[in-house]
Design a protein. Structure first.
Length: 586
């Protein structure tokens, strides 16, 4: 059917699935009808500027944003390697964030500047519809008092219901300790901020409507702090490093928990202990998901393994709740024989799969224990070739992997275990010593041919010099980002030219690389016609970690590059990874 023959209502509904950039690039100026739909009738624009070239970015900011600024409901900005300094560039245009009066969601990543963050938080206080705030991978350097003020800004946003703060600070893992009470905030994800009983108490007192909480919990205190009942929380996602006693104290004060997800590493609860705690404290619990990794179980290995597994085969687990678990028995023989256990609920719901190195036994409480274990929630996978010789893994199927780290050559089982690669976005490849180059090249090319959505290729460890040629010969229709900073090579002038003429180099838009001298940077910028962003480490860079502490010291390499490259090129030093020079070129 011709799209233009559809009624306006259906076209407007379909527009909601596209970003503002795609809408204007695809439909604006086609005819008067589409112009009217975009400029007058459509009310829910999503402005996603991630992975945008610098040229397109400024075109959008100058021409597309202002006409619809009061109808933009979500905003995504990033200072990552693809778009360095994008957030600051966005704020430099001729409008203010407070003018986005319909904005409901704002997501920022890789922000480094406290000044920029403070400015954005002030502007957010003028947004009457803002309900979602996400700040990830930012590593902002600030004092504890500055962090306190940031949390107060967030908790003072009157309509905010969702907040995600992930890897926000450089110096300290500050846990939110607001002094302002938020009655609107219901969903809080602070997974990488360490919480204790005392800090959790203060947090919940200032967030009385909190329903979902995702945290990392650590508390080694000998005495239990008083924790008032937390009646609002119904969903808890927790990475827990403490004692069974503190876990019991924590859960007994959350009597309305409906959904509990928990990861532990240093202690094990068997089925009977879980049953006692649930029947005593968590009478409303309907969904239980746990993963316990590499806990030592003593010297009798399989006997203790079976005892633990049998404790989950009771009427409580199988008949009343239909909760099933899988156990892996691991054995370490050096220096002494030691046994460990991995145990997790089924279906497997975590993003990363537990390590199966030295796994000698795997069993579950499922009715059909010999069925394949399908892990469609696992999106990150890190495995060495040796892992695929384990019969345990041959019964697992991964069909939704988005980030894969793999050593070459891979085992024959690999393509059966990782049964789909069409959703793979990021691939990290390392090469084992003294391997046949032709075999590695054919396997890598096979992966790239199957990974039709692959965006990023990272070469982590390629030990032999002739493997350098491998990079120059492989092809991919989708790869646009190359990370060669883990490559066992500092690129000189000749190698930079070879890279720029290779199939992957020609289509590369974002490059991470280490070069021998600064003129190699100019060679890359001038010869890679599609290169939009560059993260480079240079061996003749005289910047030190001490320099980064003193803002008055001139950055000699950055200034030299600014003199050599066009003024339209953004050049800056990363304040977190201080040896990385980042360029946003075109």
């Amino acid at each position: 059917m011709n799209f233009e023959l559809l009624p306006n209502e259906i076209i407007l509904d379909s527009f909601e699935y596209l970003s503002l950039i795609h809408l204007y690039q695809s439909f604006f100026a086609l005819n008067s009808r589409f112009n009217k739909l975009l400029c007058q009738q459509f009310q829910k624009f999503h402005l996603d500027l991630r992975l945008t070239s610098k040229t397109n970015f400024h075109q959008v900011c100058q021409n597309y944003v202002l006409p619809v600024i009061d109808r933009i409901i979500s905003l995504y900005l990033s200072n990552d390697d693809n778009t360095p300094q994008q957030i600051e560039h966005f704020l430099s245009h001729n409008y203010q964030l407070r003018q986005f009066i319909s904005l409901k969601s704002i997501s920022l990543s890789c922000l480094r500047s406290q000044r920029t963050l403070n400015h954005i938080m002030v502007e957010c206080s003028y947004l009457p519809c803002l309900t979602h705030l996400t700040l990830t991978d930012s590593h902002v350097s600030m004092s504890e008092n500055d962090a306190q003020r940031l949390f107060d800004h967030i908790w003072s946003l009157s309509k905010l219901t969702y907040c995600c703060l992930d890897n926000c600070f450089v110096d300290e893992n500050y846990f939110p300790n607001p002094t302002i009470i938020s009655t609107s905030l219901r969903h809080l994800n602070i997974r990488n901020m360490t919480c204790s009983l005392s800090t959790l108490t203060r947090l919940c007192q200032c967030t009385p409507s909190l329903q979902y909480l995702s945290i990392m919990f650590y508390d080694d205190s000998d005495q239990l702090n008083s924790l008032l009942p937390i009646l609002s929380i119904t969903r808890l996602n927790i990475c827990f490093e403490s004692s069974i006693i503190i876990l019991q104290h924590l859960l007994q004060n959350m009597p309305n928990l409906y959904h509990l997800t928990i990861e532990t590493y240093d202690f094990l609860l068997n089925g009977n202990q879980w049953k006692e705690m649930i029947n005593k404290y968590l009478l409303k619990l309907k969904i239980l998901q746990f993963k316990i990794s590499s806990v030592a179980i003593g010297e009798y290995g399989e006997i203790q393994f079976n005892e633990i597994l049998d404790s989950f085969r009771t009427k409580f687990w199988i008949d009343e709740h239909q909760w099933f678990v899988q156990c892996h028995l691991l054995c370490q023989y050096i220096p002494d024989t030691r046994y460990y256990i991995n145990i997790f609920t089924l279906p497997y719901t975590f993003k990363d799969f537990p390590d199966v190195t030295n796994c000698i036994l795997s069993r579950s409480t499922r009715p059909y224990d010999n069925e394949y274990l399908t892990c469609d929630r696992v999106i990150n996978l890190h495995y060495k070739s040796s892992h695929f010789t384990v019969s345990i893994l041959s019964h697992v199927r991964f069909c939704n992997i988005q980030s894969l780290s793999l050593s070459l050559p891979f085992h024959d089982l690999f393509l059966s275990v990782v049964c789909r690669l069409d959703r793979l976005i990021s691939l990290t490849v390392s090469i084992s010593e003294n391997e046949n180059l032709n075999n590695i090249q054919s396997q890598l090319q096979l992966l790239l041919d199957r990974a039709v959505r692959l965006h990023s290729l990272r070469c982590f460890y390629w030990p032999l010099s002739n493997h350098q040629l491998l990079l120059m010969e492989i092809t991919s229709t989708s790869v646009r980002q190359l990370d060669l900073q883990g490559y066992n090579c500092d690129f000189d002038e000749e190698q930079c030219i070879q890279l720029s003429h290779s199939p992957l180099g020609i289509q590369c838009e974002t490059l991470l690389i280490t070069v021998k001298n600064r003129r190699n940077i100019l060679n890359l910028v001038n010869n890679m016609s599609n290169l939009q962003a560059l993260n480079v480490q240079c061996l003749d860079d005289n910047w030190t970690d001490e320099n980064n502490l003193t803002s008055s010291i001139d950055d000699e390499l950055v200034e030299w590059l600014r003199q050599q490259l066009p003024s339209t090129c953004t050049i800056m030093r990363d304040t977190f990874h201080v040896h990385d020079i980042r360029l946003w070129i075109r």
